[in-house]
Ligand binder design. Structure first.
Ligand code: ADP
Length: 247
C-alpha cells in the first residue's frame, strides 16, 4: 500500500503496541471510560502529526471534529512546547470543526462537515483527522431494534465517509468512543462496562485498530489492543502529562 505513515503517540510503549504509531489510510478507534485519556491522546496527536516524517510525524495539517466542546487550544500550546514547535503555528494548522447544536441537526452537520473538510484537504496536505467523539451524536441503544435504527444507518454512512477520506488523502483517522452504560435499577444510576465500546457492529467493522483505555495508578493509563486481526492483544502503559502523552 502507498506510503503508509505511523504517527507517534508521544509514548514509545504505546507506539510499539501499535506497530509504530497511528497508521495512515485507516481508522484507529480509542474507547474507554470518562477521563481515561482519549481526548489527551487526541490532543497529543494534533501536535505529533505536524512533526517531520523523520521523527514519526506526518508533516501535515490536522482536522478536529469536536462534538462535545472538548478541544482545548491551551493544551495544544503546552504539547507543542514539549515538541519544540511554535505553538501559534501548530494551532494555525489545526482546523477545528464544531458540531454542537441540537442532536438531530448535529448528526446531519457532522456528515456535512466531512464534505467541507474534504474540500480543504484537496488544497492542503493533512495528515490526521480526529473525531472526538464519533459516537456521541449517534448513541444507539442495544435493544436489538436500535441496531436497525436510522441512527445506526447514519453512523454507518459517517464511518464509510471517514474510511474513504482516510484512503483518498492517506490520512490517519483517529476517533474516540464511549463505553456502554446500563441502568442499574436504581433511579438515575448507571453501571459502566469499561470493556464494551458503543456503536455495535458499525464501529467494529469500520475501525481497523481498536484501543481500549483504562486508568492505572495516578496519571498512568493502560492501553490494550482490542479485537484486531493484525496486532497481538498486548498492553502498553503510558502517562498523561502537561506535555501530553508520555511513557
Ligand atoms: P477522556 O477523553 O477519556 O474522558 P481525557 O483525555 O480528558 O479523558 O483525560 C483526562 C485526564 O487526563 C485527567 O483526569 C488527567 O489525569 C489527565 N490530564 C489532563 N490534563 C492534564 C494536564 N495538563 N497535565 C496532566 N494530566 C492531565
Amino acid at each position: 500500500r502507498k506510503n503508509l505513515i505511523h504517527i507517534t503517540t508521544g509514548s514509545s510503549a504505546l507506539d510499539e503496541l501499535l506497530g509504530g504509531g497511528i497508521e495512515t489510510s485507516s481508522i484507529t478507534e480509542v474507547f474507554g471510560e470518562f477521563r481515561s485519556g482519549k481526548t489527551q491522546l487526541a490532543h497529543t496527536l494534533c501536535v505529533t502529526a505536524q512533526l517531520p516524517k523523520s521523527v514519526n510525524g506526518a508533516e501535515g495539517r490536522v482536522a478536529y471534529i469536536d462534538t462535545e466542546n472538548c478541544f482545548r487550544p491551551e493544551r495544544i500550546v503546552e504539547i507543542a512546547e514539549r515538541f519544540e514547535l511554535d505553538p501559534e503555528e501548530v494551532l494555525d494548522n489545526i482546523l477545528v470543526a464544531r458540531a454542537y447544536t441540537s442532536e438531530h441537526q448535529r448528526q446531519i452537520l457532522q456528515i456535512e462537515l466531512l464534505v467541507h473538510i474534504a474540500a480543504k484537504m484537496v488544497e492542503e496536505t493533512f495528515g490526521l483527522l480526529i473525531v472526538d467523539s464519533a459516537t456521541a451524536l449517534f448513541r444507539v441503544d442495544y435493544s436489538g431494534r436500535g441496531e436497525l435504527s436510522e441512527r445506526q444507518q447514519k453512523l454507518n454512512r459517517f464511518m464509510s465517509q471517514l474510511l474513504k477520506l482516510s484512503e483518498q488523502f492517506n490520512l490517519a483517522v483517529f476517533i474516540t468512543n464511549q463505553v456502554m452504560s446500563t441502568p442499574d435499577g436504581s433511579a438515575g444510576m448507571f453501571v459502566v462496562d469499561p470493556k464494551k465500546p458503543v456503536g455495535g457492529h458499525v464501529i467494529a467493522h469500520a475501525s481497523t485498530t481498536r484501543i481500549m483505555l483504562r486508568k492505572g495508578r495516578g496519571e498512568q493509563r493502560v492501553a490494550k489492543i482490542y479485537d484486531s486481526p493484525m496486532l497481538a492483544e498486548n498492553e502498553a502503559t503510558f502517562e498523561v502529562s502537561s506535555g501530553g502523552v508520555i511513557d
